[in-house]
Ligand binder design. Structure first.
Ligand code: MG
Length: 239
């Protein structure tokens, strides 16, 4: 199944052989089961500023830079264009609430997937829309065996966040100036999938949230799994 989807992708790009050198992982909802906490933090923080955000909104906008999401909702609900600095102030409240919650667990299968990739000399990279420093530190703590700081793209590395291709293009650069077909993306959110697919990278959806699979396919996912453990099994197909 995975192999067939990869062949379709290669055909579309006029390529003959797939030899990935890097996997670019999204962070929230892919590595960490953190989205339920984010959804609560979004709702509570925005309510303090008179902005209504639902859990559904949190999932639908996941992957975008927090400040972009905030500016979008303020414009929509108050008709105001706020500055990046004001949006950052509001985002800081969201971050604060998030960090009062228990640490989100690593999804089952994540370390197994990384182990397998590392065994095949494929580098591990993270491309996140998050700008939360403590989370970056946590990445290095949890995945330091596979991941170095130079292989992490955050909200601070790009001017245009997901769904633009920029974060994943930056990911290719940080992975060693790779071409799109030398990498794979693993994403859980529609905007993130759109970002990976529009960078022309083979994009795997892992649908860990409440949205239907079709939303990820519509965003451009080449294949969709439900869990990282399922992806781990599917990767046997590749090696
Ligand atoms: Mg995500």
């Amino acid at each position: 199944m995975l192999k067939e989807k990869i062949n379709l992708y290669l055909e579309k790009h006029g390529l003959g052989h797939f030899c990935p050198k890097a996997v670019l992982f999204d962070m929230d909802g892919v590595l960490y089961d953190s989205m339920p906490h984010h959804a609560i933090a979004w709702q509570e923080s925005m309510a303090r500023f008179g902005i209504t955000m639902t859990a559904q909104d949190a999932y639908a906008t996941e992957g975008a830079r927090g400040i972009d999401t905030i500016r979008h909702f303020v414009k929509l609900q108050k008709g105001e264009d706020i500055s990046l600095a004001d949006a950052q102030t509001m985002y800081d409240v969201k971050t604060h609430i998030f960090h009062t919650m228990p640490e989100a667990p690593i999804f089952d299968g994540v370390l197994d997937v990384m182990e397998l990739l590392a065994h095949h000399d494929i580098t591990i990279n993270v491309v996140t829309g998050s700008g939360q420093r403590p989370l970056i530190d946590r990445l290095l703590r949890d995945f330091g065996r596979f991941l170095s700081k130079e292989h992490i793209v955050t909200a601070y590395d790009v001017d245009r966040g997901k769904p633009y291709p920029d974060p994943y293009l930056m990911g290719l650069r940080k992975a060693g100036d790779l071409l799109p077909w030398e990498a794979m993306v693993v994403e859980n959110a529609p905007l993130g999938v759109q970002s990976g697919a529009s960078a022309d990278i083979f994009t795997i959806g892992v649908n860990s949230g409440p949205l239907p699979d079709q939303v990820l396919y519509d965003a451009g996912a080449h294949i969709v799994y439900q869990k990282m453990t399922e992806l781990r099994v599917a990767l046997n197909d590749l090696f």
